[in-house]
Design a protein around this ligand. Structure first.
Ligand code: V47
Length: 354
């Protein structure tokens, strides 16, 4: 069987076969990924009404790709009080947000209580609001800084109202690349262990992959296969999110910035390789909205959400600092030939826009 037939027959692909997918022409790859997407979701394209909150940019870790954390090229340190966080949540709830996505830098000043207290207060005030918070990198940082185990931090998250975990901190699992990108941060095996423990608690999470810097195609396929292997065991990942590297204001050198074709191929290959992760997200923040809309034809079924405000990738050049207007988002999805479906954080359908 040749590679195309294998994909059509749903044969699971190896590392070598995954790498060989990149040698197919873009249209063949797009067609294969679109066939899988259409079989699962037809023309549905998912998004949610969410709000990203980044409560602090003070960070004990030093990742070369990061333009968000203070202390390096960005001297403007901040840490929000719980009252400031709640004020943001109040306003977002008024704007119909159903998910708060909280991601912080690794702040050694305020203790585990500052992180957990924020979740607890949000949940006490808005029990139905979905709290997506704490990347595996933040969890690992808290254990290193304050002497807790992963189990203890994960249990505290549940006690204090965290519903699901975002996919951040995965970067690229290859240990050599990781050493250059983010030495000292959560390792690949620790990232996977934390998500496994979270899934064993009956909870769900996402997984990201930061690409388009110094990694090779082989590293991307290796990253996907490590996720696929864990998903076989736990089934706890909802979505895979390839994050296109943004290059401004950081410390990376000698990057191979990907062409639009390379980005679309990577989305399509994610859909093909990750036969057990239900959703592939074209995160419009890092892909640009125009490419994210095209990515719907290359296997992606989700565009993330309206976001309202975004600080991490916009610090590195993405045009996302003010989020996306809901009516515009819906119109863009419709005009691109897909059916906008507002979902909740766990992909239950809330509203179909016809
Ligand atoms: O892990 C940092 C990335 C991530 C840059 O789970 C960068 O639904 C591109 O995890 N260029 C945090 N990316 C964001 C994140 C996320 C985003 C959207 C949805 C979900 C989800 C999770 O931001 C980090 C890192 O890989 N990042 N700097 C940069 N220069």
């Amino acid at each position: 069987m040749d590679l195309v037939e294998k994909v059509r027959n749903k044969v699971r692909l190896t590392q070598e076969e995954g790498e060989a997918l990149y040698d197919l022409d873009l249209y063949t790859l797009g067609e294969l990924a679109d066939e899988i997407r259409r079989e699962k979701y037809g023309k549905k394209s998912y998004f949610n009404i969410n709000r990203h909150i980044n409560p602090t940019n003070i960070c004990a870790d030093v990742c070369k790709f990061c333009a968000y954390s203070a202390t390096r090229k960005n001297p403007n340190q901040y840490t929000m009080s719980h009252e400031q966080i709640l004020e943001i949540v109040d306003n977002s709830v008024k704007n119909h947000a159903k998910e708060m996505h909280l991601v912080s830098a690794h702040n050694p000043n305020d203790g585990v209580e500052w992180y957990m207290g924020a979740f607890k207060k949000i949940k006490a005030k808005y029990p139905d609001l979905h709290v997506k918070a704490m990347t595996a990198a933040e969890i690992d940082f808290l254990t290193r800084e304050y002497g807790h185990s992963y189990d203890e931090v994960l249990d505290m998250m549940i006690e204090n109202g965290v519903d699901s975990m975002p996919g951040g901190g995965a970067e690229i699992f290859d240990e050599g690349v990781r050493e250059y990108l983010c030495k000292g941060k959560v390792t690949s095996s620790q990232w996977l262990e934390i998500h496994q423990k979270w899934h064993e608690r009956g909870r769900q999470s996402n997984a990201t992959m930061l690409f388009g810097h110094i990694e090779t195609r082989a590293h991307r396929i290796d990253h996907m296969i490590r996720l696929r292997d864990l998903q076989d065991i736990t089934g706890g990942f909802n979505a895979f999110i390839p994050l296109v590297y943004q290059k401004e204001n950081n410390y990376m050198k000698n990057c191979n910035f990907p062409s639009g074709q390379e980005i679309l191929k990577t989305y399509a290959i994610s859909r093909i390789m990750l036969d057990n992760i239900p959703h592939i997200k074209a995160y419009w923040v890092t892909a640009s909205i125009n490419l994210a809309l095209i990515a719907q034809e290359f296997g992606c079924d989700d565009l993330d959400g309206t976001i309202e405000k975004e600080s991490i990738q916009s610090a590195a050049g993405a045009a996302s600092s003010h989020g996306m207007n809901l009516d515009e988002f819906v119109a863009l999805i419709k005009n691109s030939g897909f059916q906008p479906i507002e979902r909740d954080s766990l992909y239950n359908e809330l509203k179909v826009y016809n």
